[in-house]
Design a protein. Structure first.
Length: 308
């Protein structure tokens, strides 16, 4: 892509345009902010595509300004931040969630779990240890309050035998929210590295749920409903804008970006990306800390002829 047909930029957040050191503060560099603003002024659509839940997006959206719809929770949620309105969600079925959980415990009986809904974070106590959310001030910075947190075994804080989507028992339905349903299951191990854990879990539960990994240095996996990933959501949002894959440039850094990087007409992994993401992308740019995404956008916009 030389920039003349650039219609839409789809970018991951953490490790791609936001340093992992700045994950809580959401402090995007001034160069990256300027690049995204320039793209938007040139008529390019901007879509953030992240594993983050909705509640953890405000600092980044504030930095980047009036962005369009945001794809969250690895494609399970599409949300309009400006109107605080849910556009789409693809929840996990309770039967699938708990069957997958039992199979993962066969791999590692000490594995710990958490589950995200639009309203709550369900977490087993062991899952929070040594995590970003272990300290209360960091939880609050990520939008997780005591009212949001549901602490305890998932078999107790969710309805294991519920029919249909897994959800918070008696959960409130927020403004614009369809229901307090689980959109992402998380599981952590301390007995193997992330890539091996991903391989083993995918072999055991890949027929039930989509399995991916996005947290560097932590053996933490994220599971969504079967067929739900960043690419499936981005394809739908792009079509709503009248843009096909050829007009999309995508950026990412971790295995949860692979499908998106493969689907987009042009894709870039940052130089600091996981090897799987680099292999999936068409090109590799500079590291996240060196504003690799901004460097590409700047080059694409030089002499670009962006269609209205």
């Amino acid at each position: 892509m030389d920039g003349r047909n650039l219609r839409l930029i789809a970018s991951d957040i953490d490790g791609t345009i936001l340093s992992y050191r700045s994950a809580v503060s959401g402090s995007v560099s001034s160069r990256t902010v300027a690049a995204f603003h320039a793209a938007r002024e040139a008529g390019v659509k901007i879509v953030l595509v992240t594993g983050r839940p909705v509640r953890w997006l405000k600092p980044v959206s504030d930095a980047l300004g009036a962005i369009g719809p945001v794809i969250c929770s690895n494609g399970a949620v599409t949300y309009d931040l400006a109107e605080d309105r849910l556009l789409r969600e693809d929840p996990l079925e309770a039967e699938m969630l708990f069957e997958a959980k039992d199979l993962i415990l066969d791999i590692d009986p000490q594995a710990s779990f958490a589950a995200e809904t639009l309203e709550h974070l369900h977490s087993e106590p062991e899952f929070l240890k040594d995590s970003l959310f272990f300290e209360e001030d960091r939880r609050r910075a990520a939008g997780i309050t005591e009212e949001t947190l549901r602490l305890g075994p998932l078999d107790e804080t969710l309805e294991r035998d519920a029919l249909g989507a897994a959800r918070t028992p008696g959960g409130e339905v927020g403004v614009g929210h369809a229901a307090d349903r689980v959109v992402k299951l998380l599981v952590k191990t301390t007995v193997m590295d992330a890539d091996l854990f991903l391989e083993k879990v995918h072999e055991r539960v890949g027929h039930l749920l989509s399995v991916t990994h996005s947290a560097p240095g932590v053996s933490l996996l994220e599971l969504s409903a079967q067929g739900v990933n960043k690419a499936s959501a981005l394809k739908r949002v792009s079509a709503e804008f009248g843009v096909d894959a050829g007009g999309v440039v995508a950026f990412g850094d971790m295995p949860n970006d692979i499908e998106m990087l493969q689907w987009a007409g042009t894709s870039w992994a940052v130089g600091s990306a996981h090897p799987m993401a680099q292999s999936a992308a068409h090109y590799v740019t500079a590291d996240c800390d060196d504003d690799g995404v901004a460097q590409v956008i700047e080059r694409l916009l030089e002499g670009a002829r962006v269609l209205p």
